[in-house]
Every structure is written in structure tokens, then in C-alpha cells.
Design a protein around this ligand. Structure first.
Ligand code: CO
Ligand code: ZN
Length: 326
């Protein structure tokens, strides 16, 4: 699991540039005997037919990560940029970034009289010039490879949401027998507004849908109060800014977790959103929820997850999908 996660997180894939990630996931699905298809926007979809008698259920995890897009390159090769997804200038300053072709840069700042003046438009990417190494419109993402503490804590700039992609793949691998027709959607462009999920949700036309994504935690020093901690199991989302999870879905997931004694926690996230936010309003509406992987330092190069939580998310999906709906 860890090796596949390292491959997924170390693959380049800011929003709209998910091709390399899609190739890694596509190869995994094909090795399981699946025939995944890519839609017009770039979503990768596989369908597990099931033995029949169940529901059509969509599971979605997004392939993209946050990135930066070059807006201007000056005559010395310094590149100005705009965020692709949610970034803070404090996090960006001093980070190393990598472009698709491997070009690497570091993020510097103009001289500031007051640290409070730090804004994204006062930062630039330095690829070592003097020749401009990058062009307007090119995208980069954080560069560091996945790291671990040697044990069960894993760190990467792209846990959001490659760890969700991993959970989907591992659940598909472990799901032996299900009455349900399970659609797996590896979506594009979540970080810029849940865009791939909208079309994937429309195409699948599901009766029930889940997003699999990271969520924040409240267990770091002076964190915003939040009842989710690293290492305490799968998080069952109750709400975020994009979704109020359907009570039926909450009961379904909670029942599965309790039946098998799978560690779980209820998640109330006061910001952010997931693919389920787009999916639950397609067509005539879809009862939706989310299984979240607790993650510290979301949208920084050090997004951190716990291996036990990842396993709990896989177990929860497999248990929920193995039984008929309640
Ligand atoms: Co995100
Ligand atoms: Zn995400």
C-alpha cells in the first residue's frame, strides 16, 4: 500500500494536468482485470458490475492536486504565478516546485517592509535563470517526494487526494462479492471547483454516491476546534461547505462501521468541500456522503495521514459495499 501511495503522490498532477496520475491508476485497474474509460474532461471511470440485486453506487476520488500556473515571465526568467486551488502565501514562500518536464524552481518574495504584506502577487518562481525556463500557462506543483516516519505516518504534498485514489483502488481490489453495481470515478479538477465530479456524477447516474477525500483535523497545537484526530479511524463526513451528507448515507456508513468494529469518527468540517458536493445535485439529486481520510496540514507540502486510518477507510468501504443496502 505504501509503495503504491508513494508512486501516486510523487506523480505530477495539478488540476487539469492529471494525465500522468491517470496512467498510474489506469495501469492498476487494468492489472485487476478492469477496463477503465476516460471521459471528455479526463475522469477515469471503471465499473464493477456486481452479482445483481443491489444499487448503482458511485465512489469518487480526485486525481488532481493544488498547483501554480505561470502568468508572466520577466527578462531574467523570474516567473509570476496564480494559484490553481487553495494556497496561502505563507506556505508558498521558500518552497521548491516542479514542472511537468522536471524543471525545478524555488519560490522567492520581493522585499517586504512588513511581513503582513506577503501576498501571492509578491512572490515569484526562480528556476535559476537567466534564460526563462518556463512559459506562461505552464503549471507546477510542490516537488518533495513522499516521506514517512519509518512507521505509520506518511507525508506528501499530494495526499489530497492521491490517498483517496489509493483507498478506492484498495477497496476495489478487496471487494470480492457485492450485489451493487459500483462505479469508481477518479476525477479531475476538484481543487478548482469539483468540476470533474459533476460530469462523472451525471454519467454514472447513481442512486447513492460517496466522495473519498482527505479532511482536516483538530489535533495540532491551537488548531481550530474540530472533532477529528489522526489515528482515530475513518471519518464519516456529516457536513462541509459543499455538502450536508444525506442521513440515509450516514446511517448506512455508521451501521457498517459498527457491525465490524471499524474505527471511525464523525466529521463536521467548517470549510472546504469534496466531489460529493457536486455529485449530490446532478440530475434529480443523489443521496450522497463522504468517507474522509484524516489529514494534518492540508494544502501544504507536509500533508500527513495515518496508515491505520487509511486501512479503516478501505475496510469501511468494503463492508458497506458487501452488504445489501439497509
Ligand atoms: Co484539496
Ligand atoms: Zn481533496
Amino acid at each position: 500500500m505504501k509503495d503504491l501511495l508513494a508512486r501516486l503522490t510523487d506523480t505530477f498532477g495539478p488540476s487539469g494536468r492529471e494525465d500522468a496520475v491517470r496512467r498510474v491508476i489506469g495501469a492498476e485497474l487494468e492489472a485487476m482485470g478492469q477496463r477503465p474509460l476516460t471521459d471528455a474532461l479526463g475522469n477515469l471511470v471503471a465499473v464493477l458490475p456486481g452479482r445483481g440485486g443491489g444499487a448503482r453506487i458511485l465512489l469518487a476520488a480526485h486525481m488532481d492536486e493544488i498547483g501554480l500556473i505561470v502568468t508572466h515571465v520577466d527578462e531574467h526568467g523570474f516567473a509570476r504565478f496564480a494559484p490553481v486551488g487553495g494556497h496561502s502565501p505563507q506556505t508558498l514562500l521558500g518552497q521548491r516546485v516542479r514542472f511537468f518536464d522536471g524543471t525545478t524552481g524555488t519560490i522567492g518574495a520581493e522585499r517586504l517592509d512588513d511581513p503582513k504584506d506577503l501576498r501571492i502577487d509578491r512572490l515569484f518562481i526562480d528556476c535559476g535563470g537567466p534564460r526563462p525556463a518556463v512559459r506562461v500557462g505552464e503549471m507546477c506543483a510542490f516537488a518533495a517526494p513522499m516521506a514517512s516516519d519509518g512507521g505509520d505516518r506518511w507525508m506528501s504534498h499530494a495526499m489530497d487526494d492521491r490517498v483517496g485514489c489509493l483507498v478506492l483502488l484498495e477497496a476495489a481490489r478487496a471487494l470480492r462479492d457485492t450485489p451493487h453495481e459500483v462505479h469508481l470515478a477518479f476525477t479531475v479538477q476538484e481543487e478548482v471547483g469539483l468540476r470533474g465530479a459533476r460530469t462523472a456524477g451525471y454519467t454514472a447516474d447513481p442512486e447513492l454516491a460517496l466522495a473519498i477525500d482527505v479532511t482536516a483535523t483538530g489535533d495540532t497545537p491551537k488548531a481550530r476546534t474540530m472533532d477529528v484526530s489522526l489515528g482515530k479511524g475513518a471519518a464519516i463526513k456529516v457536513r462541509d461547505n459543499s455538502l450536508l451528507a444525506h442521513p440515509y448515507v450516514l446511517g448506512w456508513l455508521r451501521g457498517a462501521a459498527e457491525r465490524r468494529g471499524i474505527p471511525h469518527q464523525m466529521e463536521v468540517l467548517e470549510f472546504g468541500g469534496t466531489d460529493a458536493g457536486a455529485i449530490h445535485t446532478v440530475r434529480a439529486g443523489v443521496r450522497s456522503g463522504a468517507v474522509s481520510i484524516p489529514c494534518r496540514h492540508v494544502h501544504t507540502p507536509g500533508e500527513m495521514v495515518d496508515a491505520g486510518d487509511v486501512r479503516a477507510c478501505v475496510d469501511l468501504l468494503v463492508e458497506a459495499l458487501t452488504a445489501p443496502l439497509p
